[in-house]
Ligand binder design. Structure first.
Ligand SMILES: C[S@@+](CC[C@H](N)C(=O)[O-])C[C@H]1O[C@@H](n2cnc3c(N)ncnc32)[C@H](O)[C@@H]1O
Length: 253
């Protein structure tokens, strides 16, 4: 991405007689860097298949930099996109009103969340509206917990499932369906990156509230739906919902 924009700037700024030579050099450097990236991505995939994905990604996930607020993407998203073999997902159908189109949670927020959740082998993280499955996949790669994705779009579910199989991740599962019909009895952590709004969000929150009458769990959210969750009397915020990071709520009994 950075190199492409450098190539564009070079084209705009370099004197005409130097343009061809400089552009050729820049392209050669880009090819070498892309080849180095491809090797690194494959090495990380090999580590994931060996069950060592957490360590392989740790250098990038927890680089000591504070998790930057907001929904902009950065180099960690390129890393995750390079490592996770999604292939080309098929065409997604148009969604009904109140259901939000696919957009992945920025990878730094996923790493930050997994760090803060400190999941163990008994935990099950359910991503309600999981898209291509980054959150359940990274859960399965970086923690001992199980990651489950519920997603309405069949093409995304197929891509996520193929990725989990290619990486031999037995603890990442994907279910195609409407989140309103999910089995809410399964899950110690539920995650929502504003997958739906209005009455769809209301019915999912009502189903979670019913579960909360019987057992404790955490609900995490990113984006505008966080304000709705923060107003739910059966949820208590672990941290400031307006921090720009993923918010973590605990059920109240
Ligand atoms: C903003 S994306 C979030 C993707 C993913 N959770 C992530 O953070 O990377 C919202 C996703 O929810 C899905 N979605 C919308 N309405 C849904 C519903 N009623 N049931 C299941 N999935 C739904 C969309 O297809 C989309 O993939």
């Amino acid at each position: 991405m950075l190199l492409n924009s450098l190539l564009d700037r070079l084209d705009a700024l370099a004197p005409a007689e130097d343009k061809g030579r400089l552009a050729r050099r820049a392209r050669a450097i880009r090819q070498r860097l892309e080849a180095a990236n491809a090797l690194r991505f494959e090495a990380i995939r090999v580590a994931i298949r060996r069950g060592e994905g957490r360590d392989a990604l740790a250098a990038f996930a927890g680089d000591g930099e504070a998790c930057r607020a907001g929904d902009a993407y950065d180099w960690r998203d390129e890393l995750v996109a390079g490592v996770l073999p999604f292939g080309e997902p098929g065409e997604a159908a148009a969604l009904p009103p109140e259901m939000v189109f696919y957009q992945p949670t920025p990878a730094r927020h996923v790493f930050d969340l997994l760090d803060r959740l400190a999941l163990d082998a008994d935990d099950v993280l359910v991503d309600l509206g999981s898209g291509l499955g980054h959150v359940p996949l990274l859960t399965a790669i970086c923690t001992p917990a199980r990651g489950i994705g519920i997603e309405i779009e069949p093409a995304y579910v197929a891509a996520a499932h193929a990725c989990a199989q290619a990486l031999q991740l037995g603890n990442a599962q994907f279910v195609q369906g409407d989140a309103r019909a999910a089995d809410f009895a399964v899950g110690s952590v539920f995650y929502l990156y504003t997958p739906f709004t209005g009455s769809v969000l209301r019915s999912v929150l009502d189903a979670l509230r019913c579960q909360a009458a019987h057992r404790s769990f955490r609900v995490c959210s990113f984006g505008p739906c966080t304000a709705v969750l923060a107003a739910e009397p059966w949820l208590a915020g672990e941290d400031a919902a307006a921090s720009g990071r993923v918010a973590i709520f605990h059920t109240r009994r």
